[in-house]
Write a protein that binds this ligand. Structure first.
Ligand code: DUC
Ligand code: ZN
Ligand code: ZN
Ligand code: ZN
Length: 488
């Protein structure tokens, strides 16, 4: 059976232009985008006059159904994606965690977990140790499994962290595969020292988490990763940019021509660290994530960087734990499972904070919430565009209606929400996923198994020119200098 859908009279927004037009969808694909499309009465019509018709959001950074710090995240691929759809996000890219270091076993596990998906999704691969076996497995991931990005950890000393020597090998491997290297940039050795210091001082509460890993450690690791990636001439993607310190390193690198992508997450853009000092443990602990949410000025600076293009796209690091799980760290902040929600709130909060406030345009909104992610991970224009041939992942946003965030009404399984009580302008009234209306009149209609795995191919636009730059560099090297021993 073919589902036919017409979205009538809305302002269709893409990353570079907007126009009043109708959008006609058949069998999950956008067939036509132009004014005054005439259709028969077998077509479902959605009225969108005065509203924005935009590509569904793509969240580049989530953790669904993940084992982390002794706990499993509360949201799995069904509840997390249902929440996403209710908030206007129609695709996410989740991080596969290897099993005992094996990428293949890790992927197998995530293939099972994601069977219940109700929206499209892709995978990054986290690398939790580095050796020749892993290096070989990376080839399989890229060439056969549709994964074109690998995340390396400069933090989590004693578990995931890899040193600079291995990081360089890993970067070179990514480059040879045309895959994008990503880093969690915090100096793990220094974080370890910071944690020891807090415990010595008797600071065991959630504020100790922030104090033990200050912005300077994020800035240092970001700078180091950028310089090492530049040394082997491969692009770099810095996940969860939380501080001015890290952002300024990215800014400097981009000005010098390096291919560096910076991803702020919603929590870092709109929250500040004041909650971490709340006397109620759970209230404070729910804001614990790594890198930490920073003092107020950082978020504002990250917003400005996003508006200027210094940072390119917004993720969430959605990684939810409920109150009982957060309570594991009641005597020691190091045991609080790290992570906050955001997959459902991202589209609304970016609209409210960036567009409503006048910091970015509506077209830029589409770019930072959807199109740029699709381009970086090489799935554009299948995703990230409202145009003939693209997947029918579409939202209708009403700029004149408002949203309100609460754990009482959200669709995540988490019992708390770090954006509790937030009210704002601009509401996602309709979400269309793969041509099906899944969110309408505040009601979700989602089915486990309806989401598709989106394979991502290597060599996105970020790799353009790299071969040439390498050739130029190599040819600029002179032949070895012939030396003679001086005769005296
Ligand atoms: N940080 C978090 O807060 N959660 C998941 C992983 C990470 O790096
Ligand atoms: Zn473009
Ligand atoms: Zn991380
Ligand atoms: Zn993460």
């Amino acid at each position: 059976s073919s589902t036919k859908l017409l979205i009538k009279g809305g302002t269709v927004v893409n990353a570079h232009e907007m126009e009043v037009a109708d959008v006609y969808v058949e069998d999950g694909i956008i067939v036509a985008v132009r004014p005054n499309i005439k259709v028969g009465d077998d077509v479902t019509v959605l009225e969108a006059t005065g509203k924005f018709v935009m590509p569904g959001g793509i969240d580049p950074h989530t953790h669904l159904d993940m084992e982390f710090m002794g706990s499993g995240t509360i949201d799995d691929f069904f509840s997390g994606q249902a929440a996403a759809l209710a908030g206007g996000t129609t695709m996410h890219i989740d991080f596969v965690i290897p099993v005992n270091g094996s990428l293949l076993s890790g992927l197998e596990a995530y293939e099972k977990k994601s069977k219940k998906s109700c929206m499209d999704y892709g995978f990054h691969m986290a690398i939790t140790k580095w050796d020749e076996v892993v290096s070989k497995e990376m080839e399989i991931m890229v060439n056969e499994k549709g994964i074109n990005s690998f995340k390396f950890f400069m933090a989590y000393k004693g578990s995931f962290m890899i040193n600079d020597e291995l990081l360089l090998q890993a970067f070179k491997k990514c480059k040879s595969l045309g895959a994008l290297a990503m880093v969690h940039a915090e100096n793990g050795d220094a974080v370890y020292e910071g944690q020891r210091r807090m415990i010595e001082l008797g600071i065991t509460g959630p504020e100790g988490h922030a104090l033990s890993r200050p912005p300077v450690l994020e800035g240092e690791a970001t700078a180091r990763a950028i310089k090492l990636a530049g040394f082997v001439n491969t692009p770099l993607y810095v996940v969860h940019v939380m501080s001015i310190d890290a952002m300024e390193e990215i800014s400097k690198a981009r000005k010098s021509g390096l291919k560096v992508i910076g991803e702020p997450v919603v929590s870092g853009l709109v929250l500040n660290d004041s909650w971490l000092w709340d006397p109620d443990f759970i209230t404070a602990a729910k804001y614990v994530m790594s890198p930490p949410i920073r003092a107020a000025g950082h978020g504002k600076a990250l917003q400005a960087a996003l508006s200027m293009g210094t940072l390119q796209l917004v993720g969430t690091d959605h990684c939810t734990f409920n109150s009982t799980q957060k309570a594991l760290g009641i005597d020691d902040f190091q045991k609080i499972p790290n992570g906050v929600n955001g997959i459902e709130e991202r589209m609304h909060l970016v609209w409210d904070t960036m567009v409503e406030s006048g910091q970015i345009s509506v077209t830029d909104y589409v770019r930072v919430t959807s199109t740029e992610c699709a381009r970086i991970f090489n799935i554009y224009p299948r995703k990230g565009a409202i145009r003939a041939g693209s997947d029918a992942d579409i939202i209708i946003l009403n700029p004149n209606s408002s949203f309100e965030i609460s754990a009482k009404s959200h669709h995540s399984r988490s019992d708390t929400n770090v954006y509790e009580g937030w009210r704002g302008k601009g509401k996602v009234e309709v979400t269309i996923s793969g041509g099906r209306v899944v969110w309408l009149n505040d009601e979700l209609k989602v089915f486990p198994g309806s989401g598709k795995y989106v394979e991502m191919r290597p060599f996105s636009y970020l790799f353009n020119g790299i071969g040439k730059a390498d050739a130029k560099y190599l040819s600029s090297l002179k032949a070895p200098v012939k030396r003679f021993r001086a005769t005296t």
